[in-house]
Ligand binder design. Sequence first.
Ligand SMILES: NC(=O)c1ccc[n+]([C@@H]2O[C@H](COP(=O)([O-])OP(=O)(O)OC[C@H]3O[C@@H](n4cnc5c(N)ncnc54)[C@H](O)[C@@H]3O)[C@@H](O)[C@H]2O)c1
Length: 452
Amino acid sequence: MNMNRRQFLHTTTATAAGTVFGAVPLRGEDGFGHYKTALIGCGWWGMNILGEAMRYSPPPPGGKNCKVVALCDVDQRHLEAAQEKVLKLTGEPPRTYRDHRELLDREKPEIVIVGTPDHWHALQTIDAVQAGAHVYVEKPISHTIGEGRAMVNAARKHGRVVQVGFHRRVSPHNVSAMKFLREGRAGKIGAVKAFVIYDGVRGPEKPTRNADVPKGLDWDRWCGPAPLRPYNRLIHPRGFRQFLDYANGTLGDWGVHWMDQILWWTEELWPRRVSSTGGRPVQGPAVNLPDYQTTDAPEVQVATFEFESFTATWEHRLFGGNPHERGENVGCYFYGTEGVLHLGWQSGWTFYPRDKSQPVLSEPAQLHEPDQQNIRELWADFMAAIRHRTLPVCDIETAHRSTVMSLLGMISLKTGRSVQWDGATERIVGDPFAHGLLRREYRPGYRYPEIL
Ligand SMILES: NC(=O)c1ccc[n+]([C@@H]2O[C@H](COP(=O)([O-])OP(=O)(O)OC[C@H]3O[C@@H](n4cnc5c(N)ncnc54)[C@H](O)[C@@H]3O)[C@@H](O)[C@H]2O)c1
């Protein structure tokens, strides 16, 4: 009976996609020989994506490439560096903006890349699809679950392709590992463990002094809909991951990649119960004072996800890396009746058969520089989806469900109790307080996205 419900949901998703993209004329299909492309958030990862967008070369006949017409960032230093890079590579300087709404209004881009911190993804993605652009947005898609649902509905309403940066969905070794598992070569899988273990934290976190806002950074707008904390170099650039006002710690940042792999592998769409525990036993209590701050995300966290046919766990630890544990410090172990498959990142995958007379099997990773990723393949898939009016491989709804797993783990951690999830209605059952955490208050001047 449950399998039927799942099949029904898969079917309705596919049907909806066909009609949604069929009904609305897609801009950029006729006319100029390129897609007007804009990047919002010109930091580390945004520039990695833009690099692949610029090098993309469409297959004939009639394909289009991407022309970078505009860049947006609230940090002038990032904006100028990005403009210079594009100029060097293409000979044409893109126009620059500090407010994404102005960019959308003036440039009317056909493609928008959203590479800002997590707390901005929802507003910018929704504004972009509403303005008629197809969007490539980074993971996790949202900071709260309600934002994610609003993003999915907006994408569908406006008939735009929204690809999410889960590049592990197209990494060759991840693709072949999924095939291996689906062919039953590891036997019946009853448990999956996803994890990342670092060895960076050595003792209590020393608070870092808050600083004057660097010249050229609009800090108020960087914080945007989220609480306005004093500026601290721990937060920007890149450090926001470990601040719960702007992100969801290691489970929201790294964990969501592996939550996505679990949902890709299983036929189930969501866990029915999630529980989590964790804290900061080594770093110590978080500090947020007028003069000093520390990070505030948990440095150790364990989460359990109960599915109908298996149990998944997440574990991260930012201290106590254990060289005695076999294999890479990130990934998923799929535990089967015929053996265990470790699906990793730089190490590819390895299968350890239960029958010791059988050889250990493995496949290396095929990743691109910089930073060992497969954005190139994901961008090509995005382009194909726009061209053929199909769902991309990391469609926003699929990515929403993966993000939900991480965010439910965080809700359980915050409430200190397990949560029962009804994925069909996207409700936490029997716990109004926990259910209330599906959304949050925005700062005055910003409106929490409406679920259309
Ligand atoms: N898919 C992956 O493997 C992967 C890897 C790294 C990062 N990411 C994701 O990419 C996103 C960005 O991370 P990062 O490490 O590049 O961070 P970053 O700090 O290097 O870059 C973020 C940029 O966004 C800018 N910004 C902030 N608010 C803005 C606004 N309102 N308008 C325009 N620009 C704004 C910042 O000034 C900064 O330049 C995160 O969501 C992260 O999870 C994904």
